[in-house]
Design a protein around this ligand. Structure first.
Ligand SMILES: Nc1ncnc2c1ncn2[C@@H]1O[C@H](COP(=O)(O)OP(=O)(O)OP(=O)(O)O)[C@@H](O)[C@H]1O
Ligand SMILES: [Mg+2]
Length: 112
């Protein structure tokens, strides 16, 4: 199992949700976050300059996926959230050790 963490532009959340729904994604957690990347929250012209980093609002998605669907989810997020501008976001994929569905005590793939 994999845990997919995606940081995207808030304006892209609805598109990403719909695209993930279309491929049968089982669930997701959405959080308002803030952060910065290589432009440090400024226009890319400022790259490398010693400006103080500014946090920009972003959306974080957490999605647990079975191994077989992980790459499809990553590709779907990438396609649906892409604008081509700086700040489009980033996707992190981590190995996921254990999942438990609290209601039924099902575990791992059955619990996703
Ligand atoms: N190395 C990182 N570690 C953790 N979070 C990051 C990292 N890089 C980016 N993020 C998160 O992703 C958000 C969007 O990053 P962003 O798309 O600007 O990355 P970038 O590397 O600057 O790429 P680009 O040049 O396309 O803007 C940031 O606001 C931050 O929340
Ligand atoms: Mg950036």
């Amino acid at each position: 199992m994999q845990l997919i963490i995606a940081i995207i532009k808030p304006a892209k959340l609805a598109d990403v949700r719909d695209a993930l729904n279309d491929i049968g994604c089982k669930g997701m957690t959405v959080t308002d976050v803030k952060g910065f990347g290589q432009q440090k929250g400024h226009d890319e012209l400022y790259r490398g300059a010693k400006y103080r980093a500014e946090f920009l609002p972003k959306i974080r998605l957490d999605i647990a996926a079975v191994n077989e669907q992980s790459q499809q989810i990553v590709d779907t997020i990438q396609k649906a959230s892409h604008t081509g501008s700086t700040g489009d976001g980033k996707i992190f994929v981590l190995s996921l050790e254990q999942v438990v569905r609290i209601r039924t005590s099902e575990t791992d793939e059955q619990a996703i």
